[in-house]
Write a protein that binds this ligand. Structure first.
Ligand code: PAF
Length: 275
């Protein structure tokens, strides 16, 4: 496996190689990322490329950009074991040699709700960096985790609308044996918080159980779920039931997904469950 830091080197290395499968990351990798890399490995006989870049554009000023763990050496070891061929780890000057004034703005109806409502500009930052990484890597396949459900949806729509010849695939969320969705931010949790964090997926299961039991008072179901989290000291941003297709209001017969974001202590966690 090769570690590459510049765009020119990466382009030279990939010259003439088709069937590129790409897994963009911000590093601090865990089993969830490695599952995406293995999925990429299984999907192509061509090169598997992973990027590691903590993208300033998608962080708000009060968020954890500065303290986001940078663990390149360990990440490379893990990526190699999962079958990655090339790691692209540019520094900020390489990817943003001048302030990134051209940005890719996703549509408000998809990107200003849920995560985008609580993290304004987040999806513009994500789309801008992913679009740029796609231009650099020029993959045929790109894989993103379903853990970031709305992100996957926003990026799928971007690829379709911008006519990029890329097959965007989702990877299933990896969970601990107890059910905690793996996340780079779980490292911020204390042992006690890790136990309490299980309540987030349990709350989503409760919401789904309510729908499956025939309740259609979705706003009330969601309010009860938020209240159950608050009662245990969480600060929930949202707990909602939505259509999988476009994150719109649930309707009979349409596949649904339950999504949540909530702060536990100083750490903001997100999770989702498809019905
Ligand atoms: O999901 C992530 O880790 C990031 O949002 C991504 C897609 C690598 C863009 O910075």
């Amino acid at each position: 496996m090769k570690l590459i830091h510049t765009i020119a080197e990466l382009r030279a290395e990939l010259e003439g190689q088709g069937g590129r499968a790409f897994v963009p990351t911000m590093g601090n990798l865990h089993e969830g990322h490695l599952a995406l890399v293995r999925q990429a490995r299984a999907a192509t006989a061509g090169p598997v490329i992973a990027s590691i870049f903590v993208n300033r554009l998608q962080f708000l000023p009060h968020e954890d950009f500065d303290r986001y763990p940078r663990t390149l050496e360990n990440d490379c070891r893990l990526l190699e074991s999962a079958g990655c061929d090339l790691v692209f780890a540019p520094d900020e000057r390489e990817l943003y040699p001048e302030p990134q004034a051209y940005k890719l703005q996703p549509p408000a109806e998809l990107a200003d709700i849920l995560e985008g409502h609580f993290r304004p500009g987040f999806f513009t930052g994500v789309c801008t960096v992913v679009y740029k990484l796609f231009n650099i890597v020029q993959p045929q396949i790109a894989i993103f985790g379903k853990k970031d459900y709305q992100q996957l949806m926003v990026l799928r729509r971007m690829v379709a609308q911008m006519a990029l010849p890329i097959d965007v695939r989702g990877g299933e969320t990896c969970r601990s044996a107890e059910g905690l969705a793996l996340s780079s931010r779980n490292g911020y949790l204390s042992e006690a918080e890790k136990l309490e964090a299980l309540r987030l997926s349990a709350t989503l299961k409760g919401l789904i159980a309510g729908w499956q039991a025939g309740r259609r008072d979705v706003a009330q179901l969601e309010a009860e779920a938020m209240q159950a989290l608050r009662a245990q000291g969480w600060l929930p941003d949202y707990v909602v039931l939505r259509r999988q297709r476009d994150l719109g209001t649930p309707e009979e017969g349409a596949p649904l997904v339950a999504l949540a974001a909530a702060k536990l202590g100083a750490t903001r966690l997100i999770d989702n469950l498809e019905l």
